[in-house]
Design a protein around this ligand. Sequence first.
Ligand code: BG6
Length: 486
Amino acid sequence: MTTSPPFDIVLFGGTGDLVMRKLLPALYQAHKAGLLHPLGRILALGRKDADRAAYLAQMEAQARPHVQADFDAAVWGTFAERILYCKLDAEQPADFDALAQALAGNGGRITVCYLATAPALFTGICAQLARVGLNHPGVRVVLEKPLGRDLASSNAINAEVGRHFAEDQLYRIDHYLGKESVQNLMAIRFGNTLFEPLWRREWVDNVQITIAEDLGVEGRGEFYDKTGALRDMVQSHLLQLLCMVAMEPPATLEANAIRDEKLKVLNALKPFSESDVATNSVRGQYRAGAIGGQPVVGYLDEARIAPGSRTETFTAIKAEIANWRWAGVPFFLRTGKRMPERLAEVVISFRKVPLALFPGPSMERASNRLVIQLQPDESIQLYFLAKEAGDGMRLQPTYLNLDFDATSQHRRADAYERLLLDVIRGNLGLFMRRDELEAAWHWVEPILAGWNNSTLPPKPYTAGTWGPAASSALLSRDGVAWHEEL
Ligand code: BG6
């Protein structure tokens, strides 16, 4: 990759968790790799009247520990030279005038305003940016998820933000799209002849998409309790993964060509009726248990969780895509906190052979499966049957294993690093267009409503397990089991 054009990145919420844990470490890695223009500046904004030295000290304490691989003190020092600090309270218009002044004289260079704040502040910030002239064509705004709580609030934000910025200035981020492994899904499908002919209802029995985390709510109790797994993970990351798996080949790799295909998938998702919510979705909440042998508290005992909260920390959903390629194929989506391990994977299970000729493993285990692991390691396994050595014709399951982490010669950039560089370079392909977001909310809303109207609380599951038993039951009705149960 080549060095970026000159830029200013303005970090709203500059002292917050996202900036410290993800954005500064990602920018450091880009700096270290020589991908940031030498004149590129990073302007962190915070409500405190701190000075640059105090901010650098905070960065040292809170961002540096998140630079995991190959930390280099000298490079960290030159990275710090790019950092500026400015006091800004998003509710104080005068502070925006000061911001405009701080950026004046940057020659109209690309200015990235990264809104790493509560979404409730998005519209006010955009209006103020416009008022002080910071909506000229060189300005790009990055909006963090979740954008709203439902379709209406998401539309309201988009409409308001859209009054001040053109759609091609808006970068709605879903960091899963920046993961190398997620882009590899497209490469696997459309760069090879092998899979695509089989990638359809005639050959695929079911698809499973799992994003499991062993973490709990990690000090984000207040945010999480108002959000829950469906809004936090399904509406964004899981549906984007589903689009990558299910979309038709785009005509080109141009941003809108890809977004058009994803949108078609979202629009083809079969809407949930009230009764579908009860039969095709499961919500759970973790109770005390153990992770990696260490005891952990239950969700209701985490800090800043409302007493008796019914927020889901787990969900499993049976989705269907009503189009010619996928009609009738269940797509099982699952995500949860406090599961046994951090794991993101897509499992494509192919149909069984028409006749069981050989003695050996049960038919379930016998189907061919393509397991695309996205996290923690990036790999692909193709499960099939082969003859067990020895007398007779007994078959046993085996697999081909392709380990990208072990074989790749190249540095694998973190999702935020790639996406920040894309914003500076003006590549919109890995960001969500407004209509995609609307379609995603549209599909998720009846599930949210069904849960809200239900008298039943989320089903409990013990921390460190794969979720409530109802999650396995959701699949067993279709004669299917989660991949780890096979
Ligand atoms: C974020 C969610 O979008 O994604 C978090 O808000 C979640 O709750 C995180 O922990 C997971 O991302 P990753 O990249 O660690 O799988």
